[in-house]
Design a protein around this ligand. Structure first.
Ligand code: HEC
Length: 171
């Protein structure tokens, strides 16, 4: 009787584990077939497109919104001065956060190593900028912009040194 009960319990356990495995492997199979049947992501835009059409416009707005410039009429403060202005730059920072993910996608990432670290650094700098914009903290916002700039430069240095010279030419 005792043996029977324990055998029954074992059988139940095996059945449970079996069911669990089936439940677990199902989504995995779907994922595999998604990658073999067709592209899981649309990567029609190449890295150059992402740079020119997504990342640079968004980061230019951040950089143009942080700090001061000296012109003929004196010092002009560039930081947003209204809630709407801060909300707008925060949205641009969100584009930067997601650009990090866009660059990390298969088909865009050049390797699974330093490239991924730089792509992630982009997202991190974007998050800092988003937080600073939400808090309307000018100093933190400026720092986030500086950190962002250093990530752009580091990745270009590693993967496309020609770009650095072009940036210099533009100044
Ligand atoms: C993960 C690496 C990486 C990061 C981070 C990165 N870039 Fe790039 N960028 C590249 C590569 C690679 C190219 C060259 C693409 C090509 O072959 O045309 C490039 C090219 C560019 C170009 C020139 C595009 C052209 O028409 O030739 C611009 C502009 C640019 N990046 C802006 C930026 C800015 C601004 C940032 C930061 C906000 C940034 N990039 C961050 C990898 C990166």
């Amino acid at each position: 009787m005792h043996i029977l009960a324990s055998t029954l319990r074992k059988t139940t356990l095996i059945l449970l584990v079996g069911g669990f495995l089936v439940a677990c492997s199902a989504p995995e199979e779907t994922q595999t077939s998604a990658t073999t049947d067709g592209p899981a992501y649309n990567t029609s835009l190449n890295v150059t497109d992402i740079m020119n059409l997504v990342l640079e416009p968004a980061s230019d707005i951040l950089w143009d919104s942080g700090g001061w410039i000296l012109d003929a009429s004196g010092y002009e403060e560039l930081y947003p001065t209204t809630d709407e202005g801060w909300a707008y730059v925060r949205a641009q920072a969100a584009v930067i956060v997601e650009s990090g993910n866009m660059l990390a996608l298969p088909g865009r990432a050049e390797d699974n190593d330093a490239w991924m670290i730089y792509a992630n650094g982009l997202s991190e700098a974007g998050i800092l900028a988003m937080d600073a914009a939400a808090a309307q903290n000018e100093e933190d916002f400026f720092q986030a912009g500086a950190q962002l700039y250093s990530v752009c430069t580091a990745c270009h240095q590693a993967y496309n040194p020609d770009i650095l010279n072009r940036f210099d030419d533009e100044d």
